[in-house]
Design a protein around this ligand. Sequence first.
Ligand code: SF4
Length: 895
Amino acid sequence: MTKSVGVSEEILSKTTCPYCGVGCGVIVSRDQGEYKVRGNPDHPANLGRLCSKGAALAETLDDEGRMLHPQINGMQSTWDDAFELMGRRFQEIIAEHGRDSVAMYVSGQILTEDYYVANKLMKGFIGNANIDTNSRLCMSSVVAGQKRAFGSDSVPCCYDDIDRTNLIVLVGSNTAWCHPVIYQRIRQAQKNNPNLDVVVIDPRKTATCDIASMHLAITAGSDALLFNGLLTYLNDKGEVNKPFIDNCVEGSDSALNAAYESSAEMPTLAKKCGLELDELERFYALFARKEKVLTLYSQGINQSSSGTDKVNSIINCHLLSGRIGRPGMGAFSLTGQPNAMGGREVGGLANQLAAHMELENKDHRNLVQQHWQSPYIASKAGYKAVDLFEAILDDKVKALWVIGTNPAVSMPNNNRVKEALSHCEFLVVQDCMQNTDTADLAHVLLPASTWGERNGMVTNSERCISRQRAFREPPGVAMADWQIISKFAQTIGHHDAFDYASSREIFNEYAALSGKENNGTRDFDISACANLDEKAYESFVPSQWPITFKNPVGTPRLFEDGHFFTPSGKAQMIPITPRAAVNPTSDKYPLILNTGRIRDQWHTMTRTGKSPTLSTHFSEAFVQLHPKDAKKYNIIKDDLVSVVSAWGDVTVRAIVTEDIPMGMVFSSMHWNDQYASNALIDSVVNPACDPISGQPEFKHTPVSILPIKKAWYGFLLSRRQLDLSTQDYWNLNKGNGLWRYEIAGNETPKVWSDNARNLLCANEDKVSWMEYFDQSAQTYRAARLVGDKLESCIFISPNPHLPSRDWLMALFAKTSLADKEKMFLLSGRSNDASEDAGANICACFGVGKNTIVKAIKEKNINTVEDIGKSLQAGTNCGSCIPELTALLKEAKNLV
Ligand code: SF4
């Protein structure tokens, strides 16, 4: 609903951010035709805060690159033709190969209602459970671990616990970058509570360490050992909550026996975990001393071939000490995607049924089938993500429908996944973007609406269900995901079961299912929402499930009564024997590749890659390595390097940093074939999975690294997007009013001047051309001006050490260059050093590194707050505060 709030600004929508599982509420408004996005102070997840990604959402609201029409084999079609073909091909394939030969692969990006109808179609009407989701890649070990411990996939805690605890243990989580608003809430809690300690457990020194009173840089993969050791320590020190264990927990003896067997004496344990004995003892003592302990964990725990065991090793410690079900304590998993939890609720994984019911449970199957009035109900688990693509290669799955995700980028052992997608007899891709690595391989493309255009629910990390609300029309003929799925289902004859007029009708049906014959026997119950009318659905207030008639406003914390959803009603402690990663390092592949997110990009960059603001923090695909490893492998800063595993290779830029431990390299998961020549890191990642959860081991792939020597290196800045795909190396990102390309080649062109003119189209009329060639240094520089306006420029060198791009990029904001700027243009730097702001640190206010360092020195600034007062940096989303702290320390020689 549109509401006028001032002379020119109108509020368009109160919705939620589409990126991470924090689930921040945002207010979208329009002022003089321009969208604006700010944090919603009334949303319980963020209380008005946003991170850099949320704050830049308005920059992504254009139709550039959107898929506008259905397409069949690359030709535009109608919806009717696309559905007719899909219906025919799915039915032919099922008739010839059986109903298990078709599958869906969906996403934590889609809304709960979309997810629900996709599951209903597959599990009830097509009749198999071959529907899995990309949440398999980030959350499935948590699901499996929580189900083993609690009998249900229930996150016990809530964000409010951050304000009520005295110790936060962050394990396997770079919260500052991956869940930035949680990080901001922890910073605030530290200010409010001087007794709050924060321990960060991570082999890397990440931005999150900025708030840590203790950083335990453990040996990669030793988490289960560390928590088994903690379990024995708590037992030895008498930190056992006896009444809770006696009344509410089973399996403590066997879990303790397994922990004692694996953990050894403290000095040995410390050594195995890569820690000093003193560090280990201080951490254990802290955990034992502080009753209110909150352990926040994420992908560093989950993305492992023993991820489920690692989850249970953490939960075991909370169960033994009774630190669960009370304010300020518990094991709290941070979900990756905006609706990862919503997907789990509707049964989005191939081994689940809807509304947290079990595929293996006959009563549950009957109940769901009856609710759906469906001809079938899946009775056995379908293919989990990694297995699904193998099944395509084995010709067991012949037709695949991909919705809202990009497996050609995000799956491990990616070359094989691309092979599977290419091999697939009938591939349908439903997406909002026209060009993704996966869409490029599809037979049928279906245009979906996206954030800002669709209505529905999402559930965040703390079980809080919130509305996403539409505020603009989808472009072309794009439709909501639930509409596309429902129309297809009707095409193949299931008219009544998918005859939905709105997402509200779907949500009501789903909410009713959650309460069916529940009576407190299942954790997921939102039956109080089963009869929402339009007004109630539209004005739905964020609420944490269960939402029942007894608790109609929701339930912040679970297990307060000590009752769990196991057959005995008691929580289960699980015996854990720590296991090494499936693929060990070797002489050939001596380093461990760890992959993850960066601060300002999201997933495969289809949305965040559109934002110039978000493209400055890291502008190029990279690998980070320790200085000693760099020396060992003959690599220096800014070299192009090849990272090679038994599964694939990438060519990326080297960043040498002591933040990475020796023996490990780190690379980000975002870059793909749309943005770089060969930077798809998941082509290097091994396909090993956790045997219980099926979650891939993204955090541990054995690799080697070697420098790549090119004949020349360069960069090119242009107002027009160019096709540089024929260059040997290229990396593209978006700047303010320009495209930035990093390039390199194996052979030096005969005449650089001719080559550059061809690349930049310098032979057109009304173009002036400036160039400079140093024969002895073999450096070449040229600029193309239209009138006095800089249109493009190119800088070439025989080595990777080229001028900073920052000042040159700033010149593109000018409508005409001054004579002095033209004079210095080809030197790549201003004659006035203060005009070069340096690499962007604060994305919100565009404050560069050089500007910050200069202010620190000249104004004798000593605190991050004073940097904010002087330059605004760090005062909006706060995502750059760890980097401001590091710059402050560096400038003051404190490191
Ligand atoms: S923390 Fe950032 S990315 Fe995550 S939901 Fe909030 S604003 Fe969006």
